[in-house]
Design a protein around this ligand. Structure first.
Ligand code: ZN
Length: 278
């Protein structure tokens, strides 16, 4: 299959999937999410693939969901329409990455914001470059109950998650390493090479054993309530789309709301074009 918004590479047993809308800071359009899901299902079914790396072309991993598209196509969604859209493309697609039967690695540089934060943190491992930063400002900017998949406390601890979500700030690469949210931080120029090296090493292990290890590790978190908590948050998040705060942001323009936020420097860098979307 030919993709328009992602690029696929194969290096021995490592499948690379690149988010490839770098002129839009890899903002996740509907097409990109559909293509990513499709590419992952192909990689799952292909016995020649033992490890999947998800990376972003350009200077940023992903600035989040495509807000321009959201404003144009989904601003006036009914409850039912938004539920259908977000439960498939945001929640189910994310959980398919989480449940992917082979090890996955996110390689992250620059912005890893909101929708980008969700996808990177669905991966088993995260390799970040020194320029990477992590943020989910939509509580501040859009009046939304974080993003659809509240993976945050599971990967960064509840204290740090509350700070980031309440105050709308960012966590830089060094801090992400310190709190255990990423596995390693490498110079930007070495990000792809060092991620490849890690992926190649993982690909040497017998795949079925790795698959079972991943199932058991994920079940450890399930036994602590991860899946139930994520499902409950999705419902809560939907409620926030009907809130006064969200509707005000929507009426003023979703993308502009990111820019107007007083607390997050992301707003300026991501500009009016693209950014995190609830
Ligand atoms: Zn939403």
């Amino acid at each position: 299959m030919n993709y328009a918004t992602i690029e696929i590479e194969q290096h021995d047993a490592v499948r690379r999937i690149w988010l490839a809308r770098d002129s839009a800071r890899n903002a996740q359009s509907q097409q990109m999410l559909d293509e990513l899901d499709h590419a992952l299902s192909e990689a799952a079914a292909d016995d020649g693939v033992r490890v999947v790396v998800i990376g972003g072309r350009g200077q940023h991993f992903s600035a989040g969901h495509d807000l321009k598209e959201a404003q144009a196509k989904r601003a006036n969604f009914t409850v039912e329409e938004r539920w259908a859209y977000e439960s498939l493309r945001y929640f189910d697609y994310c959980m398919r990455i989480w449940d992917f039967p082979k090890p996955t690695i996110a390689q992250v540089q620059g912005a890893c914001v909101s929708g980008g934060f969700m996808i990177a943190n669905m991966c088993d491992l995260v390799v970040a470059s020194e320029s990477a930063y992590f943020s989910d400002p939509v509580g501040q900017t859009l009046g939304a109950a974080a993003t659809e998949v509240l993976i945050h406390p599971w990967v960064m601890g509840v204290r740090k998650a509350k700070e980031m979500l309440f105050a709308g700030g960012r966590v830089d690469a060094a801090e992400a390493l310190r709190i255990g949210m990423v596995n390693r931080v490498v110079p930007d120029a070495e990000l792809t090479a060092q991620t490849d090296e890690l992926a190649a090493r993982i690909a040497q292990a017998p795949p079925f054993g790795l698959r079972l290890i991943k199932r058991s590790l994920n079940r450890t978190l399930d036994s602590q309530g991860l899946r139930a908590a994520l499902s409950a948050h999705f419902d809560t998040h939907q409620l926030s789309h009907l809130s006064e705060g969200f509707l005000r942001a929507r009426d003023a323009g979703l993308a502009k709301a990111i820019v107007r936020s007083p607390s997050n420097e992301v707003r300026n860098e991501e500009s009016l074009n693209h950014g995190a979307q609830a």
